[in-house]
Design a protein around this ligand. Sequence first.
Ligand code: CU
Length: 286
Amino acid sequence: MTKKRLFILKLLLPVIALLGAFYFPALAMADGFAKPWQMVQQASASPVQTRLIDFHTMIFYIITGVAVFVTILLVYVMIRFSAKNNPVPSKNTHNVALEFFWTLIPVVILVIIAIPSLSLLKYMDRVENADMTLKVTGYQWYWGYEYPDHDGLSFTSYMIPDNELKEGQKRLLETDNLIVLPVDTNVRVLITSGDVIHAWAVPSLGVKLDAVPGRLNETWLRIDKEGKYYGQCSELCGKDHAFMPIAIKAVSKEEFKLWLNRAKVEFGAVNDNNESGIELAQAGGY
Ligand SMILES: [Cu+2]
């Protein structure tokens, strides 16, 4: 190997190492929200997001391989066939075998990507056995939520402005009314809009779907562990597009029942003299 080629190879190695280091998920994973300088996806809290991350990892290795191969090939051609090293150029214009393989190999790579990609799309599309339903409606500029299986409990969710944030609350992500959902439950999510197109997106749960007026889009989520998960409207929808966040609190199934009792009273889904509901809620510390 000539000195020049060795020098180029030495230049490439740190670039590859750097890419690998930035990719390493443990460096940047945060729970339910993005942190400054985060380079990769948020930590997964749902089976859909886990599969999305695995798919991303697979593609990452493929594109890294392709990019490295093409770079090495280009550098080789630039040196080997320069005017100095190759003063009399070849006059070949065709090479059937070469043309066959440089068409076939990319096709094979695309098929290798397409098969898991389509199966993942189908997996994300809907869940066979939904335990409950959450209906989401986008408005300019807030979200409306409905629990059709729970006496039609419904409420709206507005962002908490900067000057009303409490200690530890996240700027531009916190809402006045949280979506509360039980963990380990298949939740069918129906998404629509009351005015313009919005998109309901929660990165750590692997959900991002357009809210389109006059259409009911369906997806699903299943939260693996208790905690708070944040998202934002992800379709430009007007002047306050950046100020209609999504905040989900995932709780145990028992705690979810207690919250339902309290929420039904608070948001008027049942009439106010539902004493047992209030007592149950108070017993749960709500
Ligand atoms: Cu929006």
